[in-house]
Write a protein that binds this ligand. Structure first.
Ligand SMILES: [Zn+2]
Length: 162
């Protein structure tokens, strides 16, 4: 069989949270001014949850829910950058690092546009990548469903030494 050790790997992540009044709205580690925020056991950062799942998927490391069970009190209101950092640590343990990431955020309210570059910068910083290797696109459902946020993430992962 071909030696795949140095071949890049792709990972896909998806997350959805209900949006509720009075919850903090943190996306990609950035707090956004909003009357609605994602409900959840942790801080509900759907951007980081989808991205973390994509990284774990690319590395063949199961998923976010297995690593950080949502019934575990340790993760109540947790800062989701903890999850992303732990995933990156596990990838590094396998000699892997992210090479690029692309995300789609589907959300009617709050509008992503005013915060998009800040969130993109935050993700690039967390992943240790230049800005042009991290992209974030905002979509709305044009009024189809204002009560939730959906996020899709795709990452490319490759060997740390290349
Ligand atoms: Zn989530």
């Amino acid at each position: 069989m071909t030696d795949l050790r140095h071949a890049p790997r792709v990972g896909l992540g998806w997350d959805r949270h209900r949006l509720e009044p009075g919850r903090r709205c943190v996306l990609g580690g950035v707090e956004i001014a909003s009357e609605l925020g994602p409900a959840g056991h942790s801080d509900g950062d759907a951007v980081l949850h989808a991205l973390t799942d994509a990284l774990l998927g690319a590395a063949g490391l199961d998923d976010l829910g297995s690593l950080f069970p949502d019934h575990d009190p340790a993760w109540k209101d947790a800062d989701s950058t903890t999850f992303l950092r732990e995933a990156l640590r596990r990838l590094a343990g396998l000699g892997l690092r992210p090479l690029s990431a692309d995300l789609v955020v589907v959300c009617d309210r709050p509008r992503l546009a005013p915060a998009r570059q800040a969130v993109r910068g935050s993700l690039a910083g967390l992943l240790g990548l230049p800005l042009d290797r991290v992209n974030l696109k905002g979509k709305t459902t044009e009024g189809g469903d204002a009560g939730r946020i959906d996020v899709q993430a795709v990452v490319l992962v490759g060997p740390s030494e290349a």
